[in-house]
Design a protein around this ligand. Structure first.
Ligand code: DGL
Length: 274
């Protein structure tokens, strides 16, 4: 198998990583993909680093039955705690969302005063903070865990009084300290509007999904492993690259939530037991 023929593996603790897959599909329309959402074990953000690492390794092992040319860890929490273990175990390139997100924040920030909005696990790991300080040693970095955001988005609450209240609870006053905020969790881009309203126009919001897809594109170009889709608009469906969706638990809500995160309906998904 040449690298051109390989496919891109993407995994997340659940469905939120579909925001990252969306960005990958938009930037790399010719790539076949396999997405695994660990919906049976979500959330990862409240679990210990050791447990999240164990889950991540098990998922990677499962995905290796596909001819992967790269693995993208779409989950911020798993990227923050499990990347070294995954890289040690796997012989294919493994890309997380932390490094691309941190780089995008540095590029967007004027004064290098940056907040990392994320799950408890990601904030506790200080992975974003370490990366930001490696890139700009005198940056001012504030980590802010926003644990209610994930359940709100899962519940379909993307705006309105409850979301506004939660945003104010976590973010009020933060704008005095920062000029840029990283949406360091797969779910937060879906409530970027209310987050931005509390932080105000003076704070730039950075979404690591887009930056990660760009980093993947750069990696594939560098390795001469990119698959080009001749004319995605005109191809017949059977000519389009294959997209597989695997979930460790799929129920009635899965299809509805998939559409919310991916931006279009996902008709076929497979259940996997890990
Ligand atoms: N995917 C997780 C993240 O980006 C959010 C959901 C969870 O806690 O598992 O950190």
């Amino acid at each position: 198998m040449s690298e051109h023929d390989g496919i891109i593996g993407v995994f997340d603790s659940g469905l939120g990583g579909l925001t990252v897959l969306r960005a990958i599909v938009e930037q790399l329309p010719g790539e076949a993909t396999v997405y695994l959402g660990d919906t049976a074990r979500v959330p990862y953000g409240t679990k210990s680093a050791a447990v999240v690492t164990r889950y991540a390794l098990r998922i990677a092992e499962h995905l290796l039955q596909y001819p992967l040319k790269a693995l993208v860890v779409a989950c911020n929490t798993a990227s923050a705690v499990a990347l070294p273990a995954l890289r040690e175990q796997l012989s294919i390139p493994v890309l997380g969302v932390v490094e691309p997100g941190a780089q995008a924040a540095i590029a967007a920030s004027v004064g290098q005063r940056i907040a990392v909005l994320a799950t408890e696990g990601t904030v506790r790991s200080r992975a974003y903070e370490r990366t930001l300080l490696r890139l700009v040693p005198d940056a001012h970095v504030v980590g802010r865990a926003c644990p209610l955001f994930v359940p709100l988005v899962e519940e379909g609450l993307l705006d309105g009084p409850i979301v506004e209240l939660a945003c104010r609870r976590y973010l009020e006053g933060l704008a005095r300290e920062i000029d840029t905020a990283i949406l360091g969790c797969t779910h937060y881009p879906l409530i970027a509007g209310p987050i931005g309203q509390v932080l105000g126009a003076g704070v730039r919001l950075v979404d690591s999904a887009f930056a990660t897809a760009r980093a993947l594109a750069d990696l594939l170009v560098e390795r001469n492993a990119i698959s080009v889709c001749e004319d995605p608009g005109k191809s017949l469906p059977r000519d389009l690259p294959e997209r597989r969706f695997l979930f460790t638990d799929a129920n009635e809500r899965t299809a509805e939530l998939c559409s919310r995160f991916f931006g279009e309906p996902i008709r076929h998904f497979e259940a996997v037991d890990l």
